[in-house]
Design a binder for this molecule. Structure first.
Ligand code: PEP
Ligand code: MG
Length: 598
């Protein structure tokens, strides 16, 4: 934190989502949490009473939270919706539950969290198998209350950010992807968090939602700012100014107007063909998380959806999306895209994304654990089958493709293909129309998959290179860990060589290859990606304008020479400089795009 002459306090972090916001602080001090299995450990007999007290206090606190929430939403919800909280309160007051947990703490020496989680899981399993739909629906209530109690046991509190009374800028230690996707888009002007990196899913969501954001803030901002204080967040360069002086505020208002005009110019160009000066067209598609992102994608002139991250359909809710609801969502997407391709990625839960309704286990290394396709093939097979059925059914409405995340071996593709064939048989018997020839592709985001590209290319219809994860897994850096983010270099020679290998394998096998990691939407890498021969770049919609402008100034031949040279480099910096040199030659204005934090 740097002090200036006035009361201004300046903090620096990483610009994670471009834009400038000037407003008032909403401070969230605690970490967010979820209903996930705690580690199985034991307490000592001396700790029994303290654990029981902790559990009783957590129940009291949950009761207070629920009553407060009930009051707060009363004006916004219908009476019967607000009465949900009455049902929740009944669970907190259940004496049998209280005694069972106390028993388990006393007799099995379980910490309160473990005892409570185990007993809740037993209740949930018992209720889930009942025939009565009404009773089954109560599972959602139980899980909701359970996650509140767990949060209070961990002495953390769940931020409720989907209903804000006023416009606010959120300052927090962290926001999970599921917190972020629920943010009230009308009221949250920006957010700034102490944790995270530029490629964390929270940052990706901020860009899609067009909420300016800064992550990885240095200093102790959550201890030093207060609710209601005036604050400026500059998501372009990652600066935060608390209590700005008049001059600073005016300068930022001006910057905000200029940046606004710059985006308007880019939107004006959205109908121009993404074609190089020597006549090569690159497909420019969008990465989207929810249907709300479609309009932005269209505004910036997208040619289809290159990545629909379906996991957000499962988050922030207590039940699972039904097959019918998913068919409806995919159909809307297809219709909105009017014949352009729509690539839907199957559920990618795990890593930094959890779902309250899937009862995931806590893992020591979640990014290396049961994530994405592994989870779908192991513990969430039914959920996966439902999603695939919905995709097959919606597939008859247009150009829909299925994409599998985090594939690391050919067996996973074989297994999914088998399931898809079984589901086709099922749908045929049920006389439900579906697309028999639906295209299936894989994301290349593990080094294992990249090195197997020759084999995988013979089994699928397309590749999409997920550089966010490919970089994380190749250079061995947790993409969420701010302490190693300095090593996160997309032009690292190992990354460039893997991309080249994948593109070459795709071309030899005559399949389509796209890049859908954040590298595709970052101007400084565009010459190298084009030069290596990718067909499509898919990115957060607001990056489309800048990337289109660069493509239109480039010659493919020059991009190829630059890529060839970059592939000879022994380090990331030299390779990046080759790309920047070419951009600079095209025009300084284009180089500026690379440094604008876009
Ligand atoms: C990637 O890994 O590059 C990717 C696009 O997927 P996600 O960011 O959702 O993990
Ligand atoms: Mg990924």
């Amino acid at each position: 934190m740097a002090k200036t002459e006035s009361k201004e306090k300046i903090y620096h972090g990483i610009g994670a989502s471009p834009g400038i916001a000037i407003g008032k602080v909403l401070l969230i001090k605690q970490h967010s949490t979820s209903y996930i299995k705690p580690p199985d450990v034991k307490i000592t007999p001396e700790e029994i009473e303290a654990e029981i007290n902790k559990f009783e206090s957590a129940l009291d606190k949950t009761r207070q939270d629920l009553e407060e929430l009930q009051k707060r939403v009363q004006n916004k919800l219908q009476a019967h919706e607000a009465s949900i909280f009455d049902a929740h309160l009944l669970i907190v007051d259940d004496q049998m539950l209280l005694h069972e947990v106390e028993d388990s703490i006393r007799n099995q020496l379980s910490p309160a969290e473990c005892a409570f989680f185990r007993i809740m899981e037993r209740y949930i399993t018992a209720i889930s198998v009942m025939q009565d739909d009404y009773i089954k629906e109560r599972v959602a209530d139980i899980k909701d209350v359970a996650s509140r109690v767990m949060a209070n046991l961990k002495e953390t509190s769940r931020p409720v950010l989907d209903y804000l009374d006023d416009m606010r800028i959120i300052i927090a230690h962290d926001l999970t992807p599921s917190d972020t996707v629920l943010l009230d888009r009308q009221k949250v002007q920006a957010f700034a968090i102490e944790s995270g990196s530029n490629t964390s899913h929270t940052a990706i969501l901020a860009r899609s939602m067009q909420i300016p954001a800064v992550v990885n803030i240095k200093g102790n901002i959550t201890d030093e700012v207060e609710n209601g204080e005036e604050i400026i967040v500059d998501g372009f360069i990652g600066t935060i100014i608390v209590c700005p002086g008049d001059k600073t505020r005016e300068a930022y208002k001006l910057k905000a107007r200029e940046e606004g005009r710059f985006y308007i110019d880019l939107i004006r160009e959205s109908r121009l063909r993404p074609e190089t000066l020597d006549g090569f067209t690159i497909q420019l598609a969008s990465n989207i998380e929810t249907l709300d992102d479609i309009q932005t994608a269209k505004k910036y002139g997208t040619s289809g959806v290159g990545l629909f991250r379906t996991e957000y359909m499962y988050m922030g809710r207590q039940d699972l999306p039904t097959e019918e609801a998913q068919v409806a969502t995919f159909t809307t997407l297809i219709e909105e895209m009017k014949g352009e391709p729509v690539v839907v990625r199957t559920l990618d839960i795990g890593g930094d994304k959890y779902c309250e309704n899937l009862s995931l286990r806590q893992e020591a290394n979640p990014f290396l654990g049961l994530r994405a396709i592994r989870l779908c093939l192991q513990e969430c097979r039914d959920v996966f089958r439902t999603q695939l059925r919905a995709l097959l059914r919606a597939g008859i409405k247009g150009n829909l493709k299925i994409m599998l995340p985090m594939v690391s071996c050919v067996e996973e593709v074989v297994e999914v293909r088998k399931i898809i064939e079984e589901l086709k048989g099922e749908l045929f018997k049920e006389k439900l129309p579906f697309n028999r020839d639906i295209e299936v592709g894989v994301m290349i985001e593990t080094p294992g998959a990249a090195l197997l590209a020759d084999h995988l290319a013979k089994m699928v219809d397309f590749f999409s290179i997920g550089t966010n994860d490919l970089i994380q897994y190749t250079i061995a850096i947790d993409r969420d860990n701010e302490r190693v983010s300095y090593l996160y270099e997309p032009t690292h020679p190992a990354i460039l060589h893997l991309i080249k290998k994948v593109v070459d394998a795709a071309k030899q096998n005559r399949i389509w290859v796209s890049i859908c990691g954040q590298m595709a939407g970052s101007p400084q890498y565009v010459p190298l990606l084009l030069g290596m021969g990718v067909h499509e770049l898919s990115m957060v919609p607001m990056s489309l304008g800048a990337v289109r402008r660069i493509i239109r100034k480039l010659k493919m031949h020059e991009a190829e020479v630059a890529a060839e040279k970059a592939l000879q480099c022994s380090n990331a910096r030299d390779a990046l400089n080759i790309s920047l040199e070419l951009l600079n030659k095209i025009s300084p204005e284009v180089t500026d795009l690379a440094f604008r934090g876009l």
